[in-house]
Design a binder for this molecule. Sequence first.
Ligand SMILES: Cc1cc2nc3c(=O)[nH]c(=O)nc-3n(C[C@H](O)[C@H](O)[C@H](O)COP(=O)(O)OP(=O)(O)OC[C@H]3O[C@@H](n4cnc5c(N)ncnc54)[C@H](O)[C@@H]3O)c2cc1C
Length: 474
Amino acid sequence: MDTSNLPVAVIGAGPVGLAAAVHLLERQETPLILEAGTSVGASMLSWGHVRLFTPWKYATDKSAAALLQATGWEHPSPEEHPTGADLVNQYLRPLASLPELRDHIHVNARVTAIARAGFDKMKTTGREQAPFILTVTTSDGDEVQYLAKAVIDASGTYTKPNPLGANGTPALGEAKAANQIFYGIPNILGHDRERYANKTVLVAGSGASAFNVLLDLTKLIQQAPETKVIWVIRRALTGRVFGGGEADELPERGSLGQRVRNLVEQGTFQIASEFKATRIQRVGNQLEVSSDTQTLALVDEIIVTTGFRPDVSLFSELHVSLDAAVESPVALASMIDPNLHSCGTVPPHGAEELKQPEPDFYIVGSKSYGRAPTFLLLTGYEQARSVAAAVAGDWEAARQVQLVLPETGVCCTTRDDSVGISCCGTASPVQQSPVIQLIDIAAPQSVAASCCGTPAAVVEPVLQGNTNSGSCCG
Ligand SMILES: Cc1cc2nc3c(=O)[nH]c(=O)nc-3n(C[C@H](O)[C@H](O)[C@H](O)COP(=O)(O)OP(=O)(O)OC[C@H]3O[C@@H](n4cnc5c(N)ncnc54)[C@H](O)[C@@H]3O)c2cc1C
């Protein structure tokens, strides 16, 4: 079948999906943008109250901004930091309303499967000539199918959060406790305030999302002083947990970790580090969270910010090769694997690294990073440009990838997270800090060490009914 007149399907109308659509239009390709939510930027609106750590100048795609500017749109102040909602309202919605784009965007259109028309995964001969066929569920539950000459999956990962369970599978009892668990970043100072005010809240995770939650809960404590926070992290509490600080080339990102570090040093939260949750049990109206060796104090609410993972079920009938650990396209994995790298610098990459055994199928945007948490919009915009060029057959332009990302200031290639030393010459003294060592209370031996020789700065232990640790706090 001649597929040349078919559109290029773009899954997801987030910032990267819409950028891909603009780049396709520049190359005289027709985009078919399928968005599961009721609006463009639906995932971003879920965390619309959160301020980005990148300023506006790093938040818009150049071609998309140029298209908007031609209609009199003014680029928001480059040095200011938008919230997620600002980015949708001031950039994505105006972009989606442009006559060039609006007729190509279908909202309430959830893609549930992608295949080659007439070819299941096992059939290889001739499949490359067959169009893609996408099954889409609409808001009233109807199913429709679209044909496409190529598919760009920009559906993000925000709708597939990781569980609390440290094995990567939900902790025992996690599903049953679902009504007291929030996955992501709740609007603690806005419409979710009552849910958390004067409650005991467990926060799990150690990335930027966890820091945002901890900072909001700290503000809530000032308004509702009975609010208590238990911060649970799976790794050891070393300086690296808090990021690159002043060495981070994105000052807002660096300051997030540093502000949390200050709060930790002031004893604002109870902390359980090296805590690997395996079970949640209901006790009355509260929840009791345990690892294999320890049980934490009862909590009213749990906020899980342990990252996100890609929905790989969409393309199970395509020939797609992902890294076994990171779940990103294989060629990208070694550049972004957080076990190997924590640098902000990801080598420039584009269609060449993103291409799949299935020709003309690409994963871009935050989904292209699989489970790695370090994706930046700038990366996605360059991916979108390069992939649109490749889809249009211009591999020379596709391979000319240029991208310089701001460094995190935490640049390390050791697998030993307990080292806590920055190995790029930006060493922070935190690793030497007695406070950090003393609040590292979760490991059985640390518990004993911290609570038997307690200096003033040690935070209150949060263990209760500690089964095997032999802790002297019990
Ligand atoms: C809290 C938070 C703060 C962040 N801050 C920054 C920052 O400061 N700077 C930065 O550069 N990056 C930041 N990021 C990372 C990243 O830039 C954002 O996650 C960004 O939204 C990724 O854009 P995207 O287009 O790849 O995916 P998304 O924005 O997640 O968009 C994907 C879209 O696909 C839709 N979708 C999902 N499944 C389907 C389906 N099956 N069918 C159809 N549509 C579907 C969703 O509804 C969504 O609209 C942040 C991320 C988070 C979570």
